[in-house]
Ligand binder design. Structure first.
Ligand code: ADP
Ligand code: AMP
Length: 221
């Protein structure tokens, strides 16, 4: 069984990438690298990049390739990524995938698997509309599918403050889904041809999806 692994989670907005990346992080100690989270932190910190990214994110549009490529290039070189990482939300376009190939090659790192969460697009709006997170630690919840154990209290940090994403509006969600099917869906073929793609049923309950992912990871050569 592989211990240090570099993984990609693929799937449209609401497929469960962030949820499963956190599960993998907790079980296997891989670092979750979410470009969405990194851009939201930059926006909250009011940096130049963050401000420009936020204007696009709020509309549900993709941030330019060069911006996210630079963020990831700086991040995967950091010491905590040496024992493996799980990319969540990156790459999202073919040029980003090609840039990732170059980064991994020059860092002498390997990609181990690309896990695609297969979902019914009709159910994604329900997933996204019910999503909220802890305002303090970012732990993710869902009004129906993942409630805190004690109502109104974050399981992870005990905070009672929750928030919703600024881009989980009807208009932004429609744009994000379109961006996914136009720009990100071709990555399935890209990674299939390279032999990395593993599909997992993303419509199963969260714990079952996690179990299926574990089976896939146990089989990674
Ligand atoms: P993504 O990172 O792919 O956009 P999230 O992980 O944020 O998706 O999941 C979107 C919402 O759906 C969250 O509220 C999450 O709690 C919920 N969710 C994730 N996976 C499942 C699942 N397998 N079944 C039901 N709800 C899920
Ligand atoms: P996410 O948290 O993955 O749903 O991403 C939220 C938003 O951040 C997206 O709708 C994009 O505007 C932006 N974003 C995140 N990752 C990328 C990426 N790899 N390429 C372009 N834009 C991204």
């Amino acid at each position: 069984m592989q211990t240090a692994m570099n993984l990609i989670l693929l799937g449209p907005p609401g497929a469960g990438k962030g949820t499963q990346a956190k599960e993998i992080e907790a079980r296997r100690g891989l670092v979750q690298l979410s470009t969405g989270d990194m851009l939201r932190s930059a926006a909250a910190a009011g940096t130049d990049v963050g401000r420009r990214a936020k204007a696009l994110m709020d509309k549900g549009q993709l941030v330019p390739d060069e911006v996210v490529i630079e963020i990831i290039a700086n991040r995967i070189d950091q010491a905590d990524c040496a024992t493996g990482f799980v990319l969540d939300g990156f790459p999202r376009t073919l040029p980003q995938a090609a840039a990732l190939d170059d980064m991994l090659r020059s860092a002498k790192k390997q990609l181990h698997a690309v896990i695609e969460l297969s979902v019914d697009p009709k159910r994604l709006v329900e997933r996204i509309a019910g999503r909220y997170c802890c305002a303090k630690c970012g732990a993710g919840y869902h009004e129906r599918f993942k409630r805190p154990e004690v109502a109104g209290v974050c399981d992870a940090c005990g905070s009672a403050a929750f928030s919703r994403r600024a881009d989980d509006t009807e208009e932004a969600v429609a744009n994000r889904l379109m961006a996914h099917y136009k720009s990100t869906a071709p990555l399935t073929g890209y990674y299939f041809c390279k032999g990395y793609l593993r599909a997992v049923d993303g419509m199963a309950p969260i714990a079952e999806v996690a179990k299926e992912i574990e089976k896939v990871l146990d089989d990674v050569p």
